[in-house]
Design a protein around this ligand. Structure first.
Ligand code: XIL
Length: 679
């Protein structure tokens, strides 16, 4: 253990007492995770880390009833037709993303994510593609289509349906005839996935099809064999979408078996285009149940909102009637997920209206969030008696989230690494203790991970009492990290002169084109900043200055994050503070330059960036602290770029009733998702 350990930071006397008083007053608000039932599909699905989505058509976004239901109920959006080839590349090399862009910006403005549908499909394909007859031309056209479309939406898509409906119905188990199959042969699917991975390594890549829900169907078996082949040979595939366009009886009895069998191959599964003729409550409930029972089934999307919106409108197959009223099937789905059915409600009500904003600013000035329950808990083993998991850093790379965190116990701090494809998987991921790598034992805490593009090398920055780093050429290899090296020979003078009774903690690196900056905190009201050139990094950090200060040490405490906001020339700074209730929360600032001065954005207790007071806890109020964590980034390099809307933040929270030794507190990790924001 480090001689000081991780300091007991909470001001014990006054604030501790205050916190105790607040707890007594609001004791009933701390229900156990899972105890609170939500009243919308998206919020209820989120309780188990899943999403609930719908297909959306651009031309309906101006319909208030439609948009009202969309924004209130759904957390994932699939453009129904707008990302299909006949719309996005109607003639060779001339791309039109305008209709889909409207859906993407509407979705992200309302905190929903987007499924990209679809890149390679025999249908809704413009005639010019269908008439290509030589393989070289078609290969180049196909690669250009995938690469251009994925590049346009890079960082904005949850998952891409890379290939749609490539197999025949019936008993043959063969690929369907199409220009791709006929001209390029069987290998076109594999090659599409490989091109897609290169185009956007952070996006999930899915194969999507219908009539593959019945485990006994030849088509299901053929797709299964393909996915098994891909995963065994390392062909990049992350997920399989089951369209689930069902008749009146709903899913085949073996549907859950099918989902589980695909999931066991190591891919996520999703229900991607659900509609059921006449929308029987049992059929809908059975479909949703099949997903809930499979851990790697990460979400359900229905193919439209109201019956009148459906491509099968004659069969009334959706969850809302043509006037936007909830149908019985809606309540069946909600209660199957554990939610509370309410009286039939018309769409576009006050709650939905209040969620909409017309601001066009890159970042809003006020923030609201919805939190998951605790998703990641410590996994002590024989040699690691761990009480808390803390200070996470996260990147999405090669189809996975990679999380680095501190593990804390009475005997000290070290680091842990885990990776998983989806948040619903986070709890079951293996924890790799990094004290078994060259990082070694002893005090190591508060990691930050990024890829340093100029060196094609991963960096892990952390504190050892000094500011340290290790490198690794393979992010997914926990044993590949180098031994700790220091950024500084010793504590810079300006820190030594200002630290007072605080501690030097939470080092954070971010680079612009020319310069890398190293930020750190002192638990004493100061944020420090040093710099070096991109060419010299990781050496040469110098010119340490106070970047921001506050006379109240608790108002500018620790755990700073600095990010570049995508598509803007602004940077976002978050710093953790301790509130008047003794609980942790985040304040935010922006700046036009990393080396510049910071202007408050949401920087007060009453208008915080993230605090228990602006976070909804549909899965139960499991924490009142919103503490040290990190944003889900749009990329993974040293520019630390985040999206400007649809923000997500992985944070540490704590059972409000927990007390005792600071190092032994039972910290857990949960995920905030921004709600009600405009881009
Ligand atoms: C449908 C749309 O809903 C219709 O508006 C369009 O006319 C035809 O396509 N499988 C798919 C979806 O993957 O893209 C299809 O969507 C439905 C079947």
């Amino acid at each position: 253990m480090h001689p000081r350990g991780r300091p007991g930071l909470r001001p014990i006397s006054a604030l501790g007492l205050l916190a105790a008083a607040v707890l007594t007053l609001s004791g009933t608000a701390t229900a156990a995770p899972g105890a609170v039932q939500a009243t919308t599909l998206g919020a209820q699905a989120a309780q188990s880390g899943r999403y609930f989505g719908t297909a959306v058509a651009t031309y309906k976004l101006g319909d208030g009833t439609y948009a009202g239901i969309l924004d209130r109920e759904f957390t994932m959006v699939t453009p129904e037709n707008e990302m299909k080839w006949d719309t996005t590349e109607p003639s060779r090399g001339s791309f039109n993303f305008a209709p889909a862009d409207q859906i993407v910006s509407h979705a992200t403005a309302h905190g929903a994510r987007v499924r990209g549908h679809t890149l390679v499909w025999h249908s809704q394909l413009p005639g010019w593609v269908g008439s290509i007859i030589d393989a070289t031309t078609l290969r180049s056209v196909l690669n250009n289509h995938i690469t251009t479309q994925m590049a346009h939406y890079k960082g904005k898509i949850y998952a891409w349906d890379v290939v749609n409906e490539a197999f025949n119905d019936g008993s043959s188990g063969t690929h369907r005839a199409s220009v791709f199959q006929n001209v390029l042969g069987d290998g076109f699917i594999e090659s599409a996935f490989r091109t897609a991975r290169t185009a956007d390594p952070a996006a999930r890549l899915c194969y999507n099809d219908y009539n593959i829900e019945d485990w006994n169907a030849a088509k299901t078996q053929a797709v299964y064999a393909m996915v098994r082949d891909f995963t065994s040979r390392g062909v990049p595939i992350d997920c399989v979408g089951f369209q689930a366009h069902f008749g009146t009886g709903g899913p085949p009895v073996s549907f859950q078996t099918t989902l589980a069998a695909f999931a066991a191959l190591g891919v996520d599964v999703q229900i991607t285009e659900l509609d059921i003729a006449q929308a029987s409550t049992t059929a809908y409930a059975n479909t949703v149940k099949a997903c809930l029972n499979v851990a790697r089934c990460t979400g359900v999307t229905v193919w439209g909102i109201r019956d009148s919106d459906s491509w099968r409108s004659g069969e009334n197959p959706l969850l809302f009637d043509s006037s936007g009223n909830k149908k019985a099937a809606y309540n069946a789905v909600l209660t199957t997920m554990g939610g509370t059915a309410t009286a039939a409600t018309k769409a576009g009500g006050v709650a939905a209206g209040a969620d909409r904003s017309t601001s066009a600013a890159a970042l809003p000035s006020a923030f609201r969030w919805s939190s998951s329950g605790p998703l990641i808990a410590p996994k002590p083993d024989a040699t690691h008696a761990i009480a808390g998991i803390k200070d996470p850093s996260v990147v999405r790379y090669n189809g996975k989230y990679h999380v680095f965190a501190s593990v804390a116990s009475a005997s000290g701090y070290n680091l842990v690494y885990l990776s998983f494809t989806d948040w619903s998987q986070a709890g079951s991921a293996t924890h790799h203790y990094l004290d078994r790598s060259a990082i070694g034992t002893g005090y190591r805490a508060a990691p930050q991970v990024f890829s340093y593009a100029p060196q094609r090398l991963w960096y892990l920055v952390y504190q050892t009492g000094n500011a340290s780093y290790s490198t690794n050429s393979d992010l997914s290899d926990p044993n590949g990290w180098s031994a700790p090296r220091g950024f500084y020979a010793s504590m810079p003078d300006v820190i030594a002169q200002n630290i007072g009774g605080g501690y030097w903690v939470d080092m954070w690196v971010i680079c612009d084109r020319a310069t890398c900056y190293l930020f750190s905190s002192d638990d004493n009201g100061h944020l420090y900043r040093s710099r070096t050139s991109v060419a010299q990094f990781p050496n040469g950090f110098t010119d340490t200055v106070i970047a921001l200060q506050d006379s109240d040490r608790y108002a500018l405490f620790e755990a700073s994050n600095v990010y570049q906001v995508q598509g803007s020339d602004r940077y976002l700074l978050l710093v953790e503070a301790i509130g008047s209730d003794g609980r942790r929360y985040f304040r935010s600032w922006t700046s036009a330059a990393l080396g510049g001065s910071w202007s408050p954005l949401a920087a007060s207790e009453s208008s915080p960036f993230a605090r228990s007071t602006n976070v909804a806890f549909p899965a139960g109020s499991w924490t009142r602290d919103v503490s040290h964590g990190e944003m889900i980034r749009a990329g993974y390099d040293q520019t630390l770029t985040i999206p400007s809307c649809g923000l997500q933040y992985l944070y540490q929270g704590l059972d409000p009733a927990a007390s005792g030794d600071y190092n032994s507190l039972p910290w857990r990790l949960g995920l905030l998702t921004q709600t009600g924001a405009a881009c």
